[in-house]
Design a protein around this ligand. Structure first.
Ligand SMILES: [Zn+2]
Length: 198
């Protein structure tokens, strides 16, 4: 199960606050016995970091079902820094983006007719996201209502999120719904959850 991950992205924290919040979250996860301060790179393939924290004695508390004794979780990677996070493999675009001002959805990958992004439609998002990564601010003008909307406020299709702090749970059984809520409460921010395979 080492090549499977569940990723929790804080979609609200700023790049400036993310480092301190990451430290506070690691302290909390350690105090709860969910991870330890030991690190390992076994069975994890996060792009941004090489090692993660090993699961702690109470890891089963975080997952929906821990009844399979052969399913032992791997490291938890903590990823700090403004980034776009995608659940799918080999994909770097969102499949859609909905404007929070006028509620119009821009289709970027026109399933099931297309399996790749329309690069012309994606380009302004790609540019806005690059600017956001560099400076902390980037916007895309909505083609429908013409509002200039920050990239972090667009609502993306599932499996795509922008955030400055993310946690990759490598090889863990699916996390429980109540643990998702607890994470969000500890972060004091909204989260987005993806699963994927390496
Ligand atoms: Zn709009």
């Amino acid at each position: 199960m080492g090549d499977y991950f569940e990723r929790v992205v804080d979609v609200e924290v700023t790049g400036e606050e993310a480092g301190l919040l990451a430290d506070r979250m690691v302290d909390w996860l350690v105090s709860e016995g969910l991870i330890t301060r030991e690190t390992s790179s076994d069975g994890m393939y996060s792009l941004q970091v090489d090692v993660g924290y090993e699961p702690g004695p109470n890891w089963a508390r975080a997952v929906a079902d821990s009844s399979d004794p052969s399913w032992i979780p791997g490291p938890v990677a903590v990823i700090v820094g403004r980034d776009s996070h995608v659940g799918g493999q080999g994909m770097s675009e969102a499949d859609s983006a909905t404007c929070p001002r006028c509620d119009t959805t821009t289709v970027i990958i026109d399933y099931p007719n297309e399996w790749e992004a329309n690069q012309q439609v994606w380009q302004p998002f790609s540019d806005g996201i690059d600017t956001w990564k560099e400076t902390g601010e980037g916007s895309v003008t909505c083609s429908s209502c013409e509002a200039s909307v920050p990239v972090t406020e667009w609502l993306y299709g599932s499996g795509f999120a922008l955030g400055a702090l993310a946690f990759d749970f490598w090889g863990w059984p699916p996390l429980g719904v109540s643990f998702h809520a607890e994470l969000s409460e500890q972060l004091r921010h909204r989260i987005d959850v993806h699963t994927g395979k390496f």
